[in-house]
Design a protein around this ligand. Structure first.
Ligand SMILES: [Zn+2]
Length: 151
């Protein structure tokens, strides 16, 4: 039994949402950025492993790259960082988020361009809307860390 029934399975959790196509309507209700929280938690896990290599030093700053298509809100990442850091091994460490814009290659003519919107991306050369290849903007990664070298 596959296929035809799936359209009728509306999740109850979404039944009160007035605009189901707009995820901000759903997440806007909560002030707690769950997704970013878990991302920051996994970043902290990576940092803990990384700091083992620099035993005895203190983390001063971490720089992460947040691609426009990664689906993460920079303010929520910063908020989550500030919520999770106090009292832990990285107390006082600073988080810098670099936002990476989307760059795509047109699926029709190969023109490389930076679209203004994440959903509607008309090619400036041939006006094609679909079939583009994303060259950058999907990434969410740790760019660099700064450690305190002082004894
Ligand atoms: Zn094109």
């Amino acid at each position: 039994m596959t296929g035809s029934n799936s359209n009728h399975q509306t999740p109850r959790a979404f039944s009160r949402v007035t605009h189901p196509t707009c995820p901000t309507e759903i997440y806007g209700v909560s002030q707690f950025p769950m997704h970013e929280m878990s991302i920051v938690q996994s970043i902290l896990g990576i940092l803990k492993e990384e700091m083992v290599k620099h035993d005895g030093h203190k983390l001063k700053k971490v720089v992460i790259k947040n691609g426009a298509l990664a689906g993460l809100v920079t303010e929520s990442l910063t908020f989550s960082w500030e919520a999770l850091i106090p009292g832990g091994p990285f107390e006082g460490a600073e988080l810098e988020v670099i936002e990476i814009p989307i760059k795509v290659a047109c699926g029709e003519c190969g023109e490389e361009f930076w679209p203004e919107h994440t959903k509607c991306m008309p090619c400036p050369k041939c006006e094609a809307l679909l079939g583009h290849t994303v060259l950058q903007g999907k990434e969410m990664l740790i760019d660099s860390i700064e450690i305190d070298d002082a004894e």
